[in-house]
Design a protein around this ligand. Structure first.
Ligand code: NDP
Length: 614
């Protein structure tokens, strides 16, 4: 069966699995995890102090330079796909006196840092890679690998002339609104001062790696690194694998999330011995990657990329009356819904009128994913340990064609800790399930901070009008207008998932956000507007709307095994937790709302100051 085939449920009361039994099992799995680590995000260790060296850039050496002191129209913080999409649209709009800054040594963001072997996008590259038509590029595969993604980031940089405006290996650390000059003053770790009229943060949702907070992390005397700073000097090989220096090494990898799923097949091939320390298994469906069909590429008509991206959004949202252009593991879930009788794309109806059917489709899908473990993995105990016991969207769904098979290699050992995680790290290895494993190298595939404070993740302090810091502003709830603007923070635009339309293809949303901000700034320029700031009222209304829109996710996520989707099991019904959500009606509705808002042109919800006169 391919990942997209859909078996029929002809009689709902004749299902090949016992729903009450599965429900109990899922909740027991969640409880086990919560009992082992009840402290949520607090369980993790930041890369600070003695661990700071883990974050050093292993890819491009930092070159010393003198401080920059300059006045500009726009500063974009972050040079990943979010920052690039915005910077590209600003250049198109004639806002060329701008800079784009990143702590990395080049464009790329996620794809600059994540160079682990096997790294690839897991959303189709034709919809994931931004600005394909603008740059005249067609990806070589349905799911492009990291080098191609990184090179595409550079391509965008070159195409829009952004290298001349780029400030790399530089971190903004103090950002302050100056009322007198009506400028943001941005200070950096290089001693720079940028005085900018507008600025945007595009630092990405997964930009701050984290360590597991377990006893003894500091003690290990062997080699160790995080997956987002892969050490090829140690492993040999490249992003394409062939890790030829570790044939005599005992390697331990901690974590089995979306990153580890892609790296483990290469480690399994290269390492003398590989121990995979697993707390919760991922759901791993088939990938079915394939090279781009040249005839298909030649047949594409102008506007094809946005059309395909929007088709994906609509199909993911439940649309069943149009062709599924992408047709992969992501959109197959919609086809499953259709198969159990769920119709239409009314998101609310999907969750209010069809919850039982949706749950059945979910169980059925997960049964198929669990069955795949038995089909592929020969050792019964290992296959059992690799089965995920939670609903499909409790954790990021993974797709891979070699991951499970890697456990058939005699040198690869799954250390399934059954929800407990590792016990301790020692000078010579890892203790898990009470047993010590001697290791030469530990690879931390333990992910990134999500749900911690924005200031902590971004590493800079923003102080707006009336000395209001972002931490003050969000002390009891996260407040924005449209996810972009905040009261007391004039001319600041935030590009993130917060209060915005969230979609599996996050990059598509980034490109829409970039277009939106550039259009707004262009309008400011044309109409002599020097300040835009969310009114208190508009911000309150939008934030209330976000909070009210969380009717669906809280219960679903509370029943999930912990992970970053549900704030490590801490997601609750409090207003504070709900205020950290996305736009409840979904990405399609969010984009439509923003398009309509822009088309009206009255900048409703923003206080506008023209030519400094108010
Ligand atoms: P994750 O947060 O998904 O995974 C971290 C892993 O570390 C989990 O398996 C977690 O277990 C485990 N872990 C944490 N602490 C311990 C411990 N004490 N003992 C044992 N295990 C532990 O991070 P990833 O880097 O894998 O992925 C992050 C995100 O990056 C993905 O969800 C995805 O959004 C993105 N990504 C996207 C890709 C793409 O193609 N677009 C490719 C790769 C990643 P547990 O589950 O129990 O918490």
């Amino acid at each position: 069966m391919t990942s997209t085939a859909v078996p029929k449920i002809s009689q709902l009361d004749d299902l090949p699995f016992d729903i009450p039994e599965l429900k109990i099992k899922y909740l027991a799995e969640r409880d086990k995890r919560l009992a082992a680590r009840p402290e949520g995000n607090e369980q993790y260790q930041q890369f600070k102090g003695m661990f700071a060296h883990y974050l050093t850039d292993p890819y491009i050496p930092r070159v010393e330079r003198g401080p920059i002191d300059t006045e500009i129209d726009f500063l974009v913080l972050g040079a990943g796909f979010g920052g690039l999409c915005l910077a590209a649209r600003l250049m198109e709009a004639g806002i060329t006196n701008m800079r784009i800054m990143d702590k990395a040594g080049d464009f790329g963001g996620t794809w600059y840092w994540n160079r682990y072997p096997g790294a690839a996008c897991d959303v189709e590259s034709y919809i994931y890679m931004p600005l394909l038509e603008e740059t005249g590029y067609i990806p070589t595969e349905k799911y492009a690998k990291a080098p191609e993604l990184l090179e595409h980031s550079r391509r965008i940089g070159r195409h829009y002339g952004l290298y001349d405006n780029a400030v790399f290996h530089t971190e903004a650390n103090v950002i302050t609104w100056n009322e007198e000059s009506k400028r943001w003053i941005v200070k950096t770790d290089r001693g720079d001062t940028f005085r900018t009229r507008f600025f945007a943060t595009a630092s990405g949702p997964l930009n701050m790696p984290k360590l597991p907070g377990v006893k003894g992390v500091e003690k290990f005397k062997g080699h160790s690194f995080h997956t987002s700073r892969w050490d090829y000097d140690y492993t040999g090989g490249s992003l394409h694998g062939n890790l030829d220096k570790i044939g005599d090494k005992k390697i331990g990898i901690i974590g089995t999330g979306a990153t580890a799923i892609q790296a483990i097949p290469h480690l399994g091939k290269g390492a003398g011995k590989l121990y995979v320390f697993q707390r919760t298994p991922s759901s791993v469906a088939r990938r079915d990657n394939r090279p781009t069909d040249a005839d298909w590429a030649a047949s594409l008509k102008p506007g094809w990329q946005e059309h395909r991206q929007e088709n994906f959004l609509r199909v993911m949202g439940g649309a069943q009356d149009e062709e599924d252009l992408v047709g992969d593991g992501w959109t197959s879930f919609t086809r499953w819904m259709k198969n159990v009788g769920i119709k239409g794309i009314d998101r609310k109806a999907i969750y209010t009128e069809y919850p039982n059917l949706l749950e059945i489709a979910d169980y059925q899908n997960m049964e198929r994913i669990r069955a795949r473990c038995d089909e592929v993995v020969r050792d019964k105990e290992t296959a059992e340990g690799l089965k995920p016991w939670y609903r499909q969207f409790c954790k990021r769904p993974c797709f891979h064609d070699e991951y499970l098979d890697t456990y058939n290699n005699p040198n690869v050992h799954l250390v399934h800790t059954d929800g407990k995680g590792i016990d301790e790290i020692t000078e010579t290895g890892i203790i898990a399930n009470g047993k010590h494993h001697d290791l030469d190298c530990i690879i931390y595939s333990t992910g990134f901070e999500v749900g911690t404070s924005y200031t902590r993740r971004s590493n800079f302090k923003i102080t707006g009008r009336n000395n209001t810091t972002l931490d003050d502003h969000w002390s009891d709830r996260n407040r924005t207008f449209h996810g972009f603007h905040m009261h007391n923070f004039p001319n600041l635009f935030m590009i993130s998932t917060l209060h915005s339309g969230y979609a599996a293809n996050f990059v598509h949303m980034l490109s829409r956000q970039g277009k939106h901000i550039a259009a707004l700034v262009k309008q400011c320029k044309e109409e002599g507007i020097v300040e835009v700031e969310a009114t208190e009222e508009a911000e309150r209304e939008w934030t209330d709307r976000i909070i009210k829109g969380q009717w669906r996710s809280a219960k679903y996520q509370q029943e999930c095994t912990p992970g970053y989707y549900n704030l490590e099991g801490q997601k609750n019904d409090s207003e504070r937790a709900k205020s950290k959500g996305n736009y409840g009606e979904g990405a399609i509705a969010f984009c439509k709302l923003m398009d309509e808002w822009r088309e009206k042109g009255d900048l409703a919800g923003l206080k506008v100051v023209r030519d400094g006169r108010g």
